[in-house]
Design a protein around this ligand. Structure first.
Ligand code: C5P
Length: 415
């Protein structure tokens, strides 16, 4: 077992095995999952039984293997709906192009696809297929469709394939999948804990901006920054878990939409402004977490600029200040901003708070390695108009998000 693993707290994993050559690795995957304390049941498609026997899977999982939707004996022991409810996570590994396509379409033509359709469990797929099939545009759009519906995709790896081809499409190694599952289980337990807490933001309309903005210079070049969007996405996810209705206006990032959150993708600051204005409606809490580019090129060159000159100037103009616009509205929500500073943290943050007429500002020191911009963790100082300062020591962005939202609840929303 690798070192950075924590307990899976006895999560129940329904492992779906579909029919690809990588199915022979599924027995090892079951062992790796069990080593990490997961409780594993296995469901196999008919095709997968040509690559590995149900007997093997039963022996390693120490549970009967589920094969057939119409098996009366199996249904009597544990019906398929019961099995769908039993699972905390459904992991399809290997997930063939065919099974991925069926799940994306909502087909329920075998026990595995029926269970996926009938379950509220987090779905994870570990694709495995020939590289040509993986890069086929239909597969790409099926995988993208699943991602957008909240499915997590592990892998695939690249390398030599069973058919002799070389490329992407190998199933991620069982050990890696099991470790990823462990990381996932830690977050899903945190989320479950949150859900079981009081839904302190129940029904609250929340808008969050996240990520960088991208300002075009010409059709090829742009100005942007290193914001990953992770803090804004964590806020959106936690706010949604706490019962809020969340609209996330997001610059270009590499993150999955959190479950239940309405994501409005934008590119430039101007687009972010227009989207905020369009959807601000009855917003009650606005959190400006985006790293909006301060300046944008005065004009975007229609064609790629040629490098004929030794020096070149790009004339820039200030972008609209989105959060200031929100805070200036007559019927304004609670407005919370972020201030990423590399020096004089409190002083600069307080100046921003008063200049932009914010209710709170979350300041973080971006000169510290491992914290803030583009990292997993953050350390925040929450400042308000009275100058009161609350320190949130370095923690995961998800934990920081939870503390920020609890602070907002305590200071503005508690009745
Ligand atoms: O001025 P500065 O960018 O440091 O301010 C940070 C805060 O203002 C953040 O909350 C950010 O999302 C918001 N902001 C904005 N529109 C801008 C610039 C910043 O909403 N054009």
């Amino acid at each position: 077992m690798s070192e950075n693993t924590t307990s899976s707290q006895k999560l129940r994993v329904l492992l779906g095995v579909s029919g690809g050559i990588a199915a022979y690795k599924s027995a090892d995957l079951v062992r790796r999952l069990k080593e990490r304390d997961f409780i594993v049941r296995v469901v196999m498609t008919e095709a997968s039984t040509h690559f590995i026997t149900p007997m093997t899977m039963q022996a390693v999982s120490a549970n009967p293997v589920h094969l057939d939707l119409f098996d009366q004996e199996a249904e009597a022991a544990m019906g398929h709906i019961e099995l769908a409810k039993w699972a905390d996570i459904i992991l399809v590994a290997p997930a063939t192009a065919n099974t991925i396509a069926k799940i994306n379409q909502g087909l329920a033509d075998n026990l595995l696809t029926t269970l996926v359709l009938a379950s509220k469990a987090q779905l994870v797929i570990a694709p495995a297929m020939n590289q040509q099939m993986w890069t086929n545009t239909t597969t790409i759009s099926n995988v993208e469709g699943l991602r957008q519906k909240g499915t997590l995709v592990f892998g695939p790896d690249a390398g030599e394939q069973a058919c002799g081809d070389v490329g992407a499409g190998r199933m991620m190694e069982p050990l890696m999948i099991a470790d990823e599952m462990l990381r996932l289980s830690a977050t899903s337990f945190e989320r479950q804990e949150l859900r079981e807490n009081k839904l302190i933001l129940n029904g609250l309309n929340v808008m969050i901006t996240a990520g960088p903005t991208v300002e075009a210079i010409d059709p090829v070049r742009f100005i942007s920054n290193h914001s990953s969007g992770k803090m804004g996405y964590a806020l959106a996810e936690v706010a949604s878990d706490l019962g809020a209705m969340v609209t996330l206006v997001s610059g270009p990032v590499n993150l999955c939409a959190p479950n239940g959150v309405s994501v409005k993708p934008v590119t430039s600051a101007k687009e972010m402004m227009a989207t905020v204005q369009q959807h601000i409606g009855n917003c009650e809490l606005f959190i400006g977490c985006a790293a909006v580019a301060d300046y944008t090129p005065i004009k975007v060159a229609k064609h790629k600029i040629k490098k004929n000159e030794e020096n070149m100037n790009v004339e820039l103009v200030k972008n609209p200040d989105i959060i200031s616009w929100v805070a200036a509205q007559k019927q304004r929500p609670i407005v919370v901003g972020f201030a990423a500073e590399s020096q004089n943290l409190s002083e600069f943050a307080i100046n921003k708070l008063s200049k932009k007429k914010l209710d709170l500002i979350c300041a973080n020191n971006i000169s510290q390695e491992e914290l803030g911009f583009n990292s997993e963790n953050n350390e925040i100082f929450i400042l308000d108009k009275s100058g009161k300062e609350v320190h949130l020591p370095a923690a995961s962005k998800s934990n920081i998000a939870k503390s920020i939202l609890e602070h907002i609840y305590q200071q503005f929303l508690i009745k």
